[in-house]
Design a protein around this ligand. Structure first.
Ligand code: HEC
Ligand code: HEC
Ligand code: HEC
Length: 409
């Protein structure tokens, strides 16, 4: 990608003064390249260790496995033969070559908000990407989900095509943030709860959702379940570096930070924060009463915490800024669905590494040290200490999580 820009520069140098049209084109390609970063196209279309945009990465959906296709301009195995309109229609309408319907594992329900100009810039950039021969058969779904016509019904129920509509009551910065979050950056693809058919629950945007064995927490300003306690600067720092005084990004969010948010311009990250800090508190649920410290699971949990956790996360649950996440007041720790929480404690994780913070600290795995009852107790303890309050996690929940992690790669 960088090389194609360099090629343009060389050509311009060879042919003397660039015409106004050449300059316009190279601007367009540069803007399109940045839009591919905002939209994290490579997050799915580049396989680990593979060539840029040559596809092959397997995505787990509730209905089965699907491979991201090759979207380089190779004319046999990529999209070299596609017209501009076909490309734009794939991105914004989920209609591929010859009108074929695409599965929403490609986030066109969010990209449909892209402006005409941004869609054209994106297209201009993708025409300059190096072509790679790599045959990918996207559809690996089992019957009946492998039948693309079933998407006709899905689309009718779940997809509404349409460009972003700015809110005239709000500032230009807020609207830029809303556009990025809802459109290119497709934050809701992971953070908005889904209906039984896998469509977005539009009455609960960014309220938190499970995906591929992770829980993407509530990122509304809800003060208990969401990130209401985060300042705008803390949010900016998290998106730029993957870490702040509250937490560190791991799993799919670490990837989103590495490939996308850490590479966004400062203005765009600030716009996202402005929008998220002023986009409502999501669905309000009443805070439960914390489980009493005298409860047997809480007592056992407190002892385990002191031995195994406090060295890093501190007795106060406050952690250490940018190194050890804060557990007190953490939305992740108190989330209704503790799947990310139990996964982190059993399996451990490593946080995102970014240019700003190259060596990421790691959370050790405890699956070999704690049995189901002990892991359940320590998790219940951190969910109900230092002002936190959330339902107990049971030994059977831990057993289920252990079994599913044993199957994971
Ligand atoms: C969350 C993962 C994901 C992201 C992010 C993503 N895609 Fe896709 N994309 C897919 C999957 C999966 C398919 C295959 C869908 C199918 O076959 O029904 C696909 C299909 C496509 C196709 C159709 C290709 C073909 O051969 O049919 C194009 C074009 C495309 N994506 C372009 C893009 C662009 C451009 C971006 C960034 C703006 C992007 N994608 C971001 C997952 C993703
Ligand atoms: C591919 C899925 C995915 C996408 C896209 C995504 N996120 Fe996340 N996000 C997650 C997951 C999973 C977590 C939980 C991981 C963790 O806590 O380390 C998370 C965590 C977060 C958190 C931390 C919340 C907390 O309480 O700890 C914030 C803030 C956040 N995401 C904001 C965003 C924004 C803003 C966008 C769009 C620019 C976005 N995310 C896009 C999956 C995603
Ligand atoms: C050696 C230091 C260390 C110890 C000991 C430790 N942790 Fe962690 N913990 C971390 C680090 C570092 C992270 C962030 C890793 C990441 O985000 O990928 C983390 C993340 C977490 C998270 C996720 C929080 C968030 O906001 O993402 C939870 C929950 C957690 N630890 C609980 C525990 C519990 C419970 C114990 C004891 C059983 C424990 N930790 C022991 C270092 C430690």
């Amino acid at each position: 990608m960088r090389s194609s820009l360099a090629t343009t520069a060389v050509l311009v140098a060879l042919t003397g003064a660039a015409s106004a049209q050449d300059l316009q084109n190279s601007d367009r390609i540069a803007r399109g390249r940045y839009l591919a970063v905002l939209s994290d196209c490579s997050g799915c279309h580049t396989a680990p260790g593979g060539q840029s945009f040559a596809g092959g990465l397997a995505l787990d959906t509730p209905f089965g496995k699907i491979l991201a296709p090759n979207i380089t301009p190779d004319s046999d195995t990529g999209i070299g033969k596609w017209t501009d309109d076909e490309f734009i229609s794939a991105v914004r309408e989920g209609r591929g070559h010859g009108g074929e319907r695409l599965y929403p594992a490609m986030p066109y329900p969010a990209y449909t908000k892209l402006s005409d100009e941004d869609a054209r810039d994106l297209r201009a950039y993708f025409a300059t990407v190096a072509p790679v021969k790599n045959e990918v058969i996207a559809n690996q779904l089992p019957f009946p989900f492998n039948i693309r016509t079933s998407l006709l019904v899905w689309n009718a129920l779940n997809f509404s095509s349409g460009r972003f509509q700015p809110n005239p009551q709000k500032s230009a910065e807020w609207n830029r943030g809303a556009y990025i979050v809802q459109g290119p950056a497709h934050c809701g693809t992971c953070h908005t709860p889904k209906t039984i058919l896998g469509g977005d629950k539009n009455d609960a945007p960014l309220d938190g959702a499970t995906l591929q064995g992770w829980f993407a927490p509530n990122i509304t300003t809800n003060s208990q379940k969401g990130i209401g306690g985060w300042s705008k600067d803390e949010l900016v720092q998290y998106l730029k570096t993957g870490a702040n005084a509250w937490t560190l990004a791991s799993g799919p969010m670490a990837e989103a930070v590495t490939h996308s948010t850490s590479q966004m311009s400062d203005d765009d990250v600030a716009a996202i924060a402005t929008y998220l800090k002023d986009s409502g508190t999501g669905s309000t649920s009443t805070k439960p009463a914390p489980i009493a410290a005298s409860d047997p699971a809480m007592k056992a949990g407190a002892a385990i915490y002191k031995d195994s956790c406090a060295a890093c996360h501190k007795d106060s649950g406050m952690g250490e800024s940018n190194l050890f996440p804060r557990l007190a007041g953490s939305a992740l720790v108190q989330s209704d669905n503790p799947i990310t929480l139990t996964r982190v404690v059993l399996h451990g994780t490593r946080a995102a590494s970014t240019d700003g913070a190259p060596t990421a600290p790691a959370m050790p795995a405890f699956d070999w040290r704690l049995n189901d009852a002990q892991a359940a107790a320590v998790v219940t303890y951190i969910r109900n200490s230092w002002g936190n309050a959330a339902a107990a996690v049971l030994p059977s929940d831990i057993a289920t999580q252990r079994a599913s992690l044993a199957k994971a790669p």
